[in-house]
Design a protein around this ligand. Sequence first.
Ligand code: HEM
Length: 446
Amino acid sequence: MQAERAASVPFPPGDTKFSMARTFGFTREPLTLLLAAYEKYGPVFTQRVFHQNIIFVLGPEANHHLLVSNAKNYSWRHGHYGDLTPLLGDGMLAIDGAFHRLQRKAMLPMFHRERIARSQLLMEQEVDDALATWQDGTRVDLYHWTRELALRIAMRALFGIDPETARGRGDAAQEFENALSFWSKDYVFQIMRGPGTPWARMRAAAKRLDAIIYGEIADRRARGEHGDDLLGLLLDAQDGDGLELKDRHIRDEVMTLLFAGHDTTTSTVAFLFYELSRHPAYANGDDFNLTAALDETLRMYPPAWIGPRRSIEPATIAGVEIPGGVPVEYSSWVSHHLPDVWEDPFTFNPDRFVGAARDAIPKGAYVPFGGGSRTCIGMRFGQAEIGVIATKILSRFRLEVDPGYVLSVRQMPTIGPRDGLPVTVRAAPPAANLGDGDVSREPLAA
Ligand code: HEM
């Protein structure tokens, strides 16, 4: 509110009066609400959500401004990513400037192609184990199945923590889920404090998780062997003055990577198979293209659907002036459904991402991994993991979503199927054109 009063330039047009209905709409149906506001006000507008005016910026030009050409004018730390600090601390999502560059540089080698190729072997092993009991007629909740699998893969591939052996110190996977469930609660429950509240349960789970992570860090420091994984890179990291990262910063990055990498991948796998089950002719046809199907899934359901920032100086976005010091958010989910950018935006059509059609997508229109210098660091890791899971499933099975199932999308902290994804496994010949399952490619320009 102070920032609103101090704003040197008026907020862009929009709905700026307090409204509980809008606040509720924003937490339940943000896609509908923001698409309606786009129709009314254009690509840059203000919406009061609860007690705060937020500037939303949508579409190719605005995305390019925020992510690439003027990215320096927007802080991550002082935007709503700060809401995750109680669990994630000062990890990459909540830092800017030189400190962020140091952390990102330290971690980058882990996400190079050769390292991902090595992680791929471990992914294959984990997926084979998880599929061992599947046969024609098996019923499974694909969302929960993938969630468990993705967490095992992240813990092993990134941090060398074997979930089985770490169990002596506590069940890291379970604790992580316990902590994360806080963000799926309604806002009124999130602001409650005191014993027995979701907040208290989240803090308690985070503490137990900390004990596991700090335990692993201490073991490695004591052994003098930092290890050949992401945790090892963080333990080795030094800035220009030879300063090392403190244990607390390493812990914050471990937590951030588990958070950023686990739910995103899981939801994408669930949405991909949800759409394939609704389009069996495509999934079983000769033109099936897994890479394009995945691109289209990430268009319709980009899990990290909102990118919160705070402007530093006043700026002009897509011809609209905005003040400095105020919340500014882009949304891939809404940008991917703009009717003047995408034909039939609510229709699943992977052909949009094939050949000349893909080349014609405007810069900044498709941003499921963000863009610019802070593009998702885990993009290739996530693509590799989804590729391995999808290829292994599609080379032996098709999945049928339960006939009565109605997809309800939850929004926080990332978008995902609110009630999981119950499916029946059907034995089937391999889908066409599966190749080696490599679905990675360079992202479209933001
Ligand atoms: C389908 C999978 C994934 C999707 C769709 C996705 C999406 C995104 C997006 C949109 C951003 C930028 C957010 C913004 O601009 O506000 C981002 C950043 C980030 N992602 Fe991912 N992500 C995925 C997988 C992963 C994985 C597997 C990891 C880690 C292993 C990861 C780690 C990160 C981190 C650390 C950042 C912050 C980068 C920085 O600040 O420099 N993500 N991700």
